[in-house]
Design a binder for this molecule. Structure first.
Ligand code: 13P
Ligand code: 13P
Ligand code: MG
Ligand code: MG
Ligand code: MG
Ligand code: MG
Length: 364
């Protein structure tokens, strides 16, 4: 049977403020998954990035499976109940729907799933971020799968020479397109360079084998009001026709700016950290990413390895601290604060509403 990996996440409450998930919630989620191991699911691992509770689940039911989504939804509801009892901050934050209707998509949680025939050996990397948005993966996926200066395998490995296919979603117009690399790289970049709107959803080998899958939910679009950023997750397969593990994680040595951070309203550096540092502190951030590595063996998750818990990533972390200093010094000014069209989806329109009677026309 094919193996499905489902990474499903939600912020169901945190402490203090938006900084981290409470260990009691992690325990509860892990225990609820353990109870169905061997029946509904094959294996699982629970962790957190900042205030986001992350469920990594393997099973044989394919993507968008109602039983798996309902399991995740019930876990989030149960954990949100505990969060309410403890009066954690933002208890139930990402659970927008009232009743489960077969799929957690559109209900608040973020989902990245892929189904594949296991190879002789299947290295899998799960990326989880806090205080940013799904388009944050665009730069890194491009580097992994389309940039030969990152991935030398594209040049020296005949099994990668053909390139890859990228599925890009337009989150505003709700449409999708496929780009084939290397031939379409300029067109691909024309879109994914605007990550608040265009998001890479999948990457495949040109023979159709799945290589990467991301979450693309945009919370503010679902709720119609500011409810926090849709902190994203991503699953990437490595080796044997895909980029090597090292080629998959090396893009994160580049400190780029992403949208999110404080109140989901600021640009800040995207910092790769070990799980022990996956807590958002400085100005509720800076935006962070963790990566857990596994070998998938008959659906079992062998691992995890904490990929960014490594002094090799100290330099990018230091650079991120320097960038953070530069950005923070802007205070409430752009480009630290997001541009006006992005601020439309936050609490800023409420300020305009309060001041509307004090605005008058300019003289001719
Ligand atoms: P080893 O020689 O350590 O197995 O490494 C092989 C490799 O391809 C690393 O990217
Ligand atoms: P989260 O999206 O991680 O809940 O963060 C919201 C926020 O306002 C942080 O300042
Ligand atoms: Mg939160
Ligand atoms: Mg296990
Ligand atoms: Mg979060
Ligand atoms: Mg959030």
């Amino acid at each position: 049977a094919k193996t499905t990996v489902s990474v499903i996440k939600a912020d169901v409450g945190s402490f203090p403020g938006h900084s981290r998930t409470h260990p009691k919630l992690l325990e509860k989620a892990a225990q609820m998954l353990k109870e169905v191991e061997g029946t509904i699911i094959t294996d699982s691992f629970v962790t957190h990035c900042g205030d986001d509770l992350e469920l990594i689940i393997t099973h044989t039911k394919g993507e968008d499976n109602a039983e798996i989504h309902e399991l995740a939804w019930n876990i989030f509801m149960e954990c949100a109940k505990m969060a309410k009892e403890m009066k954690l901050y933002g208890a139930g934050q990402d659970l927008l729907g009232d009743a489960f209707s077969g799929n957690v998509k559109g209900m608040g949680p973020g989902v990245a799933e892929m189904e594949f025939e296991e190879r002789g050996s299947d290295p899998l990397l799960v990326f989880m971020a806090d205080k940013t948005e799904p388009g944050a993966w665009n730069f890194f996926l491009y580097k992994m799968f389309a940039d030969p200066f990152n991935t030398s395998g594209l040049v020296i490995d005949p099994s990668m020479h053909d390139g890859f296919t990228f599925e890009v979603h337009d989150l505003i117009e709700k449409r999708k397109i496929h780009f084939h690399t290397p031939e379409d790289i300029y067109s691909l970049l024309a879109y994914i360079g605007a990550p608040s709107r265009y998001v890479i959803k999948y990457v495949w080998k040109k023979n159709g084998e799945i290589a990467a899958s991301t979450s693309t939910q945009r919370l503010n679009m679902m709720a119609g009001r500011y409810v926090g950023k849709d902190d994203p997750v991503m699953v990437v397969r490595a080796q044997s026709g895909f980029p090597s593990v090292g080629e998959v994680i090396d893009p994160f040595r580049t400190p780029i700016l992403v949208a999110g951070w404080m109140r989901g309203s600021h640009h800040g550096p995207f910092m790769p950290v070990g799980v022990c540092d996956a807590n958002c502190t400085q100005f509720d951030g800076p935006p962070r990413v963790i990566c857990l590595g596994f070998q998938v063996s008959d659906g079992k998750l062998i691992g995890p390895a904490d990929m960014f818990d490594d002094p090799a990533f100290d330099l990018v972390r230091n650079k991120c601290c320097e960038i953070s200093e530069i950005m923070r010094n802007h205070g409430p000014f752009e480009p630290h604060r997001l541009s006006l069209d992005e601020m439309e989806y936050t609490t800023l329109p409420g300020v305009e509403e309060q001041l509307k009677d004090r605005w008058g026309p300019l003289p001719e």
